[in-house]
Design a protein around this ligand. Structure first.
Ligand code: ADP
Ligand code: MG
Length: 257
């Protein structure tokens, strides 16, 4: 098994009596595409917030590359290499798509984290930004105002902005949410390409199991704040306990709708 990048131990958060995340101990391995699935309200986003530092746990620890980061701020975690799109809600709608990407690249420069080593081969920020736009299939949108993009394009821009950080691990919370149905396969292919070509480590949240079976090396099933099981997509999709939880959470209905 490859190096463990992220490890949580007994991670728990209590929202006034509700244990939204309850004693979650998982490990995320370098180079793998790991997906967390589970019904709405299972605690997936809360778990991401605990890993990225937006929330502090009631109990338990988060370890990144062997270091306890439980008390570090979200920005400190980004600087260490945990890339998550929440800070990219800083998309500036009145700037162009290209300008937004350039700002993301510059923001990374300011963190002092691996300053530009990854982009040395580009003559300028311009070129690096153009390359990123090509990677996420937004090359023909560079001069559009970010605010004018449709929903699917915005999700691609968000992905490009996380990629600009060159993180060691990408945390993506339902990147297909709100997308038109016909746009979903493109986004999934993009994720697959991102993982394969750039050897990225991806931690994806998705509640629709059928979307991720093809992409994931390993799947963690979260139900009522706890890990129900972990395995390959094939293993978990045949697990009667998982199917029961899915039916209970209405996921199958949503998926087939
Ligand atoms: N800030 C909060 N305060 C109180 N309850 C919350 C908060 N955030 C999430 N919850 C509750 O925690 C549970 C898990 O939510 P969430 O992590 O968003 O689930 P998922 O992402 O799996 O749909 C839900 O019952 C939700 O209502
Ligand atoms: Mg969620």
């Amino acid at each position: 098994m490859s190096e463990t990048l992220i490890e949580t131990k007994n991670l728990t958060i209590n929202f006034g009596g509700l244990k939204a995340v309850n004693k979650v101990s998982i490990s995320i391995h370098k180079g793998l595409f790991t997906t967390i699935i589970g019904p709405n309200g299972a605690g997936k986003t809360t778990l991401f917030n605990l890993i990225s530092g937006l929330l502090q746990p009631t109990e338990g620890t988060v370890i990144f590359k062997g270091t306890d980061i439980t008390r570090l701020s979200p920005m400190q975690r980004v600087a260490m290499g945990i890339g998550r799109s929440f800070q990219l809600t800083n998309v500036f709608p009145t700037l162009t798509v290209h300008e937004n990407i350039r700002l993301a690249l510059q923001a990374k420069n300011r963190t002092g984290y691996r300053i530009f080593t990854s982009y040395k081969r580009f003559r300028s920020l311009e070129e690096a930004a153009t390359k990123l736009l090509e990677d996420v299939l937004l090359h023909d949108r560079g001069n559009f105002l970010a605010g004018s993009l449709n929903h699917g394009e915005q999700r691609k821009l968000e992905l490009a902005m996380v990629l600009a950080l060159k993180p060691d691990v990408l945390l993506l919370d339902e990147p297909t949410a709100g997308m038109a149905l016909e746009e979903v396969p493109t986004m999934l292919e993009l994720l697959e390409k991102t993982k394969k070509e750039q050897d990225n480590t991806i931690l994806l949240i998705e509640h629709k199991m059928d979307l991720v079976t093809k992409l994931s090396d390993t799947v963690i099933v979260l139900v009522n704040g706890s890990v129900l099981t972990r395995g390959t997509a094939a293993e978990v999709s045949e697990d009667p306990e998982v199917l029961k939880a899915y039916l209970g959470g209405g996921i199958l209905n949503e998926t087939t709708a």
